[in-house]
Design a protein around this ligand. Structure first.
Ligand code: GNR
Ligand code: NI
Length: 172
C-alpha cells in the first residue's frame, strides 16, 4: 500500500472532473482502494474519493471508526443514491482537498444507496447521521462537486480566491 499526495484547491481542473464507473472490481481496483484507505488514514480523514488522489474513477472509501476502536473500512464502487429523505440535517463539513476550511452544509438526513462491494457484489445500504453526510460528500466528488458548492456564493468565492492567492505566493 502507498500514501499518495491529495489533490487540493486551487486544482479545480482535477477536482471538477466527472469520474467514470469501474467496469469490474478487479485486483487493480482493490489496490487503488487500499492506497486510498492508507492515504485517508494518514491524512487523517473519514472518507476519500479516488479523484482526490487524481484518479477519475467512481470509487470511494469511508471509515467512521474512532481512534481507539477497531477499523471499519467501507469500500464502495459505482454508488447510486436511490432514495433521499425529505428531512434535512446540518453538519459542519471539511474536505481534505480544501485544507483547514469548515462550514455548515445542509443535506438529506438519510439516504439509500446501491453500490458494488469489495467482491464486486451489488449491495444496498441505508445510511443516517454522519455516514449519510459522508457518503453524499464523497459521491459529490465523483461528480466534480465540492462541499463549498452547497454554501453561499460569497463564502465559496472567498475560499477559492484564498487558495488561488496562496498558490501564486508559492504557499501551496
Ligand atoms: O475527513 C473528512 N471529514 C468530513 C467531515 C464532515 C463531512 C465530510 C467529511 S469528508 C472529509 C474527507 C474528505 O474530504 N472526503 O472527500
Ligand atoms: Ni472531500
Amino acid at each position: 500500500m502507498s500514501i499518495i499526495p491529495i489533490v487540493t484547491l486551487p486544482d479545480e481542473k482535477t477536482l471538477r472532473e466527472v469520474s467514470k464507473p469501474v467496469e469490474t472490481v478487479d485486483a487493480q481496483v482493490r489496490k487503488l482502494w487500499d492506497d486510498m484507505l492508507e492515504t485517508m488514514y494518514h491524512a487523517p480523514g473519514i472518507g476519500l474519493a479516488a479523484i482526490q488522489i487524481g484518479v477519475p474513477r467512481r470509487l470511494l472509501v469511508i471509515d467512521l471508526s474512532k481512534e481507539d476502536e477497531e477499523k471499519q473500512p467501507l469500500f464502495v464502487a459505482n454508488p447510486e443514491i436511490t432514495w433521499s429523505s425529505e428531512i434535512q440535517s446540518d453538519y459542519e463539513e471539511g474536505c481534505l482537498s480544501i485544507p483547514e476550511y469548515y462550514e455548515m452544509v445542509t443535506r438529506p438526513a438519510e439516504i439509500r444507496l446501491r453500490y458494488l462491494d469489495r467482491q464486486g457484489e451489488p449491495r444496498e445500504m441505508h445510511a443516517t447521521g454522519l455516514m449519510a453526510t459522508c457518503l453524499q460528500h464523497e459521491i459529490d466528488h465523483l461528480n466534480g462537486v465540492l462541499f463549498i458548492d452547497h454554501i453561499s456564493r460569497l463564502k465559496r468565492d472567498r475560499v477559492l480566491k484564498k487558495f488561488q492567492k496562496a498558490q501564486k505566493l508559492g504557499k501551496l
